[in-house]
Design a protein around this ligand. Structure first.
Ligand code: ACM
Length: 638
């Protein structure tokens, strides 16, 4: 990273420059890359103290379609900052956009970004790389000050750690209209994620129009009520639903394509199909009628493997292939319960296949995805399935997405399958981010920002199989998420952590540094109308001897200390810059009227009486983090 001050001084001494030249060289003084607030942190950054102030009218050179696409985003970005862009084809603009870098190191997604006192050069081998150069360029501006158009000079070369940097949105459990989906894609692209995994069908709603089967949306897209508060006995009895028309889907795909995001649609088979069964009960391996589920529990009726079902699936996936240009199509395959498999034992079509092939009901589970994977393969597409599907029977090109078993990643990769990691204990953003008491109602399990950030997907595979890892994906299941406001609260800032672990080299990933950089991003999120959560600060305790033990308890936002001496120093770190920390020492809930943290706190505590320190971080708009808690107990000497 990193020309040093020392090096600048050596250059000065060695060259004996004139005063003007000295000033110019001094201005090449470097500053820490973290001060730029970039997320994901680029691979190689040199940042300078000097700034380039953009003029009010600027020429941008763009010569081909991809350069023009990126140029239009640039024009749109600069307009509200009072800067008018004119295009020049000569390569002589103050901002030069180039997709002809011819640099093999950058690959398909990498880029170079150089800002000097004369202008900016964004270059890549592809339009995608150039788009990522633009995302970094845009992040150099202060989002809270549209009149401040002086950006730090930088020299950046950057390319991603993983090819698959995905984010899933479940639009079945709750339906999100087109503008929300676009807003979801926009923020993903801003952080250089490149896959939008669109969960379109489930037990609680079918969300995509299939012209040959109109009842899928006429019946399957609507339910008579919705389970509230994750309590199946609490149903609101309001008709609820919605679906996307062909035209809307094409609009979303085009919106994503312009931002180099691939939309990977998922139709979940052979379980999670109740909405389809409600529309066409003959698809089922048991007798109907069926109703689109109002509660979140898993369905116990799978598809029947009849000729009529497979004709239906051919039409549905044929339509999907027409609508979505993605090379990857997701077939689901998760959570076919033991009880659902039992239904196959009594279904004539299933029973016949099992008898002829001497199969157990479990083997029918992969029969559906295997058949449809071959269907997709014949059309030049690759199937993706959840890790619940036994991989041994799947065609080799099928990709396995692992959500609930880290050992399966390894096993499936060994079988020759490419894998994507969507580990539920790290990358499920519908889970609470800390103590469920202090957050909007969400799935009860906990995935903290720190846990997401500290996750290394590559660690699930031995070095010899890492080439099988396509990348990582975050998931936002929407059982408990009914509004866009709540959706973005669950997503952010964890999506930034996902972006960084998927893009930035492992050795450059540092949680405290990341948290510092998020400050700039919250300004961007606020300026662009995104809700988000302010992460908790971290407690640290230094006892006066070395025998204290510390245990983190994310479910209660707590750090538990067992100390052998009755005094120590409490430090609070990882607060987002710009927030102020307030604390209490008596266990009561802190607010902006409590003591303001200004440095380490000396504490004393007595035997048999745990001391409870709590703190919150509050930003300039008054938005507060949830409280973090430190419990210190005096333990007797061993
Ligand atoms: C899943 O969470 N059932 C993939």
């Amino acid at each position: 990273m990193r020309t040093s001050l020392f090096r600048s001084a050596v250059i000065l001494l060695a060259t004996g420059l004139s005063t003007t030249a000295v000033r110019a060289v001094q201005n090449r003084t470097t500053i820490p890359a973290s001060t730029l607030g970039l997320i994901p942190l680029p691979r190689n950054v040199t940042a300078y103290a000097a700034r380039w102030k953009l003029p009010a009218t600027i020429r941008v050179s763009a010569n081909n379609t991809a350069e023009h696409n990126v140029g239009l985003f640039l024009q749109r970005f600069l307009k509200p900052r009072g800067i008018t862009v004119t295009f020049a084809a000569t390569g002589r603009g103050s901002i030069r956009l180039s997709t002809t870098a011819n640099n093999s190191q950058l690959g398909r997604e990498g880029y170079r970004l150089n800002i000097s006192s004369h202008g900016a050069a964004l270059s890549a081998n592809t339009g995608r790389g150039l788009f990522y150069a633009l995302q970094t360029f845009e992040q150099l501006f202060n989002p809270a000050k549209p009149s401040d158009n002086a950006i730090h000079e930088v020299s950046i070369s950057d390319w991603p750690r993983y090819h698959w940097r995905g984010i899933l949105l479940d639009c079945s459990r709750h339906f999100f209209p087109v503008p929300v989906v676009e807003k979801f894609i926009r923020v993903a692209a801003h952080y250089k994620l490149n896959v939008f995994h669109w969960h379109l069908t489930d037990d609680q709603g079918w969300r995509i129009q299939i012209p040959q089967y109109p009842l899928l949306t006429k019946i399957g897209a609507w339910r008579a009520g919705t389970e509230m508060h994750l309590n199946p006995h609490d149903i609101d009895h309001n008709r609820y639903g919605g679906f996307y028309t062909d035209a809307q889907i094409r609009k979303i795909v085009a919106y994503a394509q312009r931002r180099y995001v691939t939309v990977v649609p998922e139709i979940d088979i052979p379980g999670h199909c109740t909405a389809a069964l409600a529309a066409y009960p003959w698809l089922a391996a048991a007798k109907g009628p069926f109703h689109v589920r109002e509660t979140w529990g898993i369905s116990n009726v799978p598809l029947s493997p009849s000729a009529r079902t497979f004709h239906f699936l051919d039409i549905v996936f044929g339509d999907l292939v027409d609508l979505f240009p993605s090379r990857y199509i997701h077939l689901g395959g998760d959570e076919v319960s033991a009880q659902a498999m039992k239904a196959w034992e009594h279904d004539p079509a299933a029973e016949k296949i099992m008898r002829q092939r001497h199969w157990s009901a479990a083997q029918l589970h992969d029969y559906f995805p295997s058949r449809m994977a071959r269907f997709l393969s014949a059309r030049g597409r690759r199937a993706v399935v959840w890790n619940d599907v036994p991989a041994a029977g799947l065609p080799k090109g099928t990709v396995i997405e692992c959500w609930n078993s880290s050992s399966i990643v390894n096993q499936d990769a060994r079988l020759g399958h490419d894998v994507i990691v969507a580990d539920e204990s790290r990358l499920y953003f519908n889970f609470c981010e800390g103590d469920p008491k202090y957050v909007p109602h969400a799935t009860g399990a906990v995935d903290t920002l720190r846990e997401t950030y500290k996750f290394n997907p590559s660690s699930l595979l031995p070095a010899s199989l890492r080439h099988r890892l396509l990348g990582a994906e975050g998931c936002l299941w929407a059982e408990a998420i009914a509004t866009a406001h709540h959706l973005f609260y669950q997503l952010l800032p964890r999506e930034m952590a996902l972006a960084e672990i998927s893009w930035t080299p492992l050795k450059e990933q540092h949680y405290s540094n990341f948290v510092k950089r998020t400050a700039r991003q919250y300004l961007w999120l606020r300026a662009n109308g995104y809700n988000f959560r302010i992460p908790l600060p971290s407690f640290h305790f230094a006892g006066t001897d070395a025998t204290s033990t510390a245990t983190r308890d994310p479910r209660h936002n707590a750090l538990l200390i067992q100390s052998t001496l009755p005094t120590g120093l409490v430090r609070i770190t990882d607060a987002v810059p710009g927030t102020v920390i307030y604390y209490t020492l008596n266990g009561s809930m802190p607010n902006a009227h409590c003591i303001r943290y200004a440095g380490p706190i000396a504490v004393k505590f007595a035997p048999g009486k745990p001391m409870v320190v709590r703190c919150v971080a509050i930003d300039s708009s008054g938005q507060s983090s949830a409280p973090a808690k430190l419990i210190i107990q005096l333990k007797s000497h061993p």
